[in-house]
Structure formats: C-alpha cells, structure tokens
Ligand binder design. Structure first.
Ligand code: ADP
Ligand code: MG
Length: 414
C-alpha cells in the first residue's frame, strides 16, 4: 500500500492496551492511512466522516473506536453498524468479532436474506453491537426486539452505496430511533451529493477525514482498455484470459442478465467459474464468496452491487466487460485487485465500445491517469471490426469434467 503507512504505529492512536494487543495478534503491524487519521478523531467522540478507497481498512477504522467506547456491563445495544448488503454486513461483523476477541463484546449480525428467528434469539442475549442491513434492522425495530434508544455510536458503512441501493428512508428512520446524543461515523469511498445531504441532516458538525487522494486507484494496478464492438466482447474476453492467465479474476457486467449470460456461456468452456449478482439466492452468493476466497473459484462474473466491497485478496485481474455506470464505480471495481494483502499487483481491463470514448475519458479524468491500449500477442490490437462472432461450439473445447488446471485448457485454447 502507500508508503506513508510504514512509519505509523497503532500505539500512538489512543487505543487501550487490550485493543492494541488484539490488533497486533491479528498481524496488523501498522495502521493504514485512514486508520491513522480516523481513529484518533473518532475516539474524541465527535461525528466523523471517513473517506478512503475500498480495501484501505475502513472497518477497523470505525470498529476500534466503537469497541473502545463500549460499556461491557450495560445490557443495551450500544453500537449499530449499517452496511449495504448481506455480504458486506457479514464481512464487517467478522472483522468486528476478531477485533473484539480481547474484549467482552458480543456482536450480532442482522442481515436480510437470512432467517429472522435466530437473529431475534441472538438479540435476546444482550449484544453490545449490532451489524446489519437497513431493511432487516427496521424489521427488527418494528418487531420490538431491537431497541436502539441507548445506542452511543451509529456507523454508516459504505454510505454512498447504501443510498444508491435506495436505503435513504430506512437509514433516516434508524437514525431517528437512536438516542439523540449518539456519535455518528460515516464511511464512504466517495462523497457524492446525496451522502453529503445525509451528513448535513443527521450529523453534528462532522470532522472530515478525507483520504480521497488514496481513492484514486493505487499506482501499482496496471490499467488497460480494449476497443471492441458489443458482439465481439465475449471472444475478446476469452482471448484476454488466454493471454493473461489470471490467478483469480472478476468480470464485471452492468446487468444481472448480462452477467448470467456470460456465465452460462463461459462455464461451458472453463472450469472453476461462478456468477454472483442480485438474482442469486443468498446462500448461493455466500458460497461463491467462500469458494472465491478459498481459491476454488478462479473466475467470477459479477454485477456492481454484489462485487463491491467484497474483500478478497487474491484477485489478480479485473475485467470491465461493460463500462461501469460512473467513474466512482470504476474505482470500486478496480479496487477489487491490488488489495492490502494481495501478493501480486493487479491488472485491470476495460472493454470500451467505439462510441464510448467520452465515458472512457471521464474515467481517465477521475483517476487522473490515461489507460493504456492493451496489446494482444501477435497483432497490434484486437480488431473489433473484423473479428466475427465465432460459433461457440467451433471455437472451444467443452469443459473437462475434472477440476483440471486452467493452464492446460488455456494452452488448448491458445
Ligand atoms: P475497506 O472497508 O476500506 O474496503 P476493509 O476494512 O474491508 O477495507 O479492509 C480490507 C482488508 O485489510 C481486511 O482483510 C482487513 O482485515 C485488512 N486490514 C485492515 N487494516 C489492516 C492493517 N492495519 N494492516 C493489515 N491489514 C489490515
Ligand atoms: Mg468497507
């Protein structure tokens, strides 16, 4: 990550010794820049907005101050963390749990898409911290099993995405259900208008910790574009995979349907492929993420909402099969590679249709960097105009039944 991080230590941030020990036992040797700046401010108790790109350790930046403030003897919920999706709330809760391992803190996950019964039961065991998606939290408040009137810290994680998904009303209701003198911590990779409005309405003169410089895609990620007609995208993807041989890749599409179509096509040719998007059942989505993390899945076809924030360190390649809707989404997608613990630096590829030059330029302005045109072996460029869509059956071998090494398959395809 950034070079500024190497000089900082956790010791000077104002954290108690239990938390310092836990942080060390987790192998966090030094705080990330957002942690270094956000934690001391949050510990003072003021409202705070933290802005930094995905993968920079924002979870610990808010979780550690929340943990430090907890009164272990209290039987009330003292901290509530809202996150946009089930997957993200699950990740936050896991990180919370590990950071709380040295403190007497009980956390409860209240994500939607899971049976509510066990969550209600868990709330009966007096957790100090609740992590959940806004919809489910509202549900639990309405059932009168979740009482937020003693909450001292509210965290809005990935606030920009929560608003994108349409959680504004739910978030406002939850904030009104909390005690009036709570501290609000808002974390976001970007700070668009609507997040600013939410902050203006519900936060009390927030301090802003802005590391949006860091928000520009890390320098070490190599970023390329390929010009291609829509009908040739699939062939281009295959050629790209053959040439790049990613250890793990995510292919981003704009629509659920698009993602599913590519998945259906590609899984006929390659093993260890999965799809992940909003149409997939929760259980299935979790399974895909687990398999991706375990390295059992090598290629995932994803849409933005589900792909975002998913914390997986081994991703070597990102392919923007469709251009992201906005340049912030570009940053989120590309941020899936080159993560903190990533062994190798990432590579990102963006497919651009001939009439999308302006959109590409917007991205380049946003990241303040020109993407390079990708060169295919043996030719100057993949000629979008001349290559006809090859009939699938002629072009590729069928998927081998075994989980055989991709390399062999790539050799065959090459
Ligand atoms: P963000 O919310 O900014 O996207 P996360 O909080 O999910 O980022 O952190 C990304 C990964 O980095 C997690 O696996 C987390 O455990 C790890 N991490 C966080 N802080 C540190 C640190 N100081 N040193 C090393 N790894 C860290
Ligand atoms: Mg996060």
């Amino acid at each position: 990550m950034s070079s500024t991080e190497t000089l900082a230590t956790f010791d000077s941030l104002g954290l108690n010794s239990d938390l310092l020990n836990t942080v060390k036992s987790l192998g966090f040797t030094s705080p990330t820049p957002i942690q270094e700046e956000f934690i001391p401010v949050a510990l003072t108790g003021v409202d705070c907005i933290g802005q930094a790109r995905t993968g920079t350790g924002k979870t610990a930046a808010f979780a550690l101050p929340v943990l430090q403030k907890l009164k272990p003897k209290s039987q009330h919920v003292q901290g509530i963390v809202l996150a946009p999706t089930r997957e993200l709330s699950e990740q936050v809760e896991q990180e919370f749990r590990s950071l709380a391992s040295g403190s007497p803190c009980e956390t409860v996950l209240t994500g939607g898409g899971r049976p509510i019964g066990p969550q209600i039961a868990a709330l009966g065991r007096y957790p100090q911290v609740v992590v959940g998606t806004p919809g489910r939290v509202i549900d639990l408040i309405q059932r009168k099993v979740l009482d937020l009137s003693h909450v001292s810290t509210v965290v809005l994680d990935e606030a920009d995405r929560m608003l994108d998904i349409g959680f504004r009303k739910d978030i406002e209701r939850i904030l009104r259900a909390c005690s009036s003198d709570h501290q609000t911590l808002l974390l976001s990779a970007t700070l668009p208008e609507q997040v600013q409005r939410l902050a203006d309405r519900f936060m009390n003169h927030p301090e802003r910790v802005d590391l949006s410089e860091e928000n520009v895609v890390v320098e070490t990620i190599e970023q390329f574009y390929c010009t291609v007609e829509q009908r040739n995208k699939f062939n281009l993807l295959i050629r790209l995979l053959v040439q790049e041989r990613p250890s793990q890749a995510i292919v981003f599409c704009r629509t659920k349907r698009g993602a599913h179509e590519i998945y259906s096509k590609i899984q006929k040719h390659l093993p260890d492929v999965a799809e992940i998007h909003g149409d997939l059942q929760q259980r299935k989505r979790e399974q895909v993420i687990r398999r991706l993390r375990d390295g059992r899945v090598r290629l995932v076809i994803a849409t933005d909402i589900v792909g975002r924030g998913i914390d997986i360190s081994g991703i070597s390649h990102i392919v923007n099969y469709d251009l992201p809707e906005g340049s912030d989404d570009y940053i989120h997608r590309v941020g899936r590679t080159g993560r903190i613990s990533s062994v190798s630096d990432g590579r990102a590829f963006t497919f651009v249709k001939p009439d999308q030059g302006d959109e590409l330029t917007k991205i380049e302005v946003r990241i303040n960097k020109l993407l390079q045109e990708y060169q295919f072996d043996g030719c100057d460029a993949f000629d979008a105009r001349e290559v006809q869509t090859v009939q699938e059956d002629e072009a590729f071998e069928p998927t081998p039944a075994s989980e055989s090494e991709w390399d062999a398959i790539f050799d065959e395809l090459d």
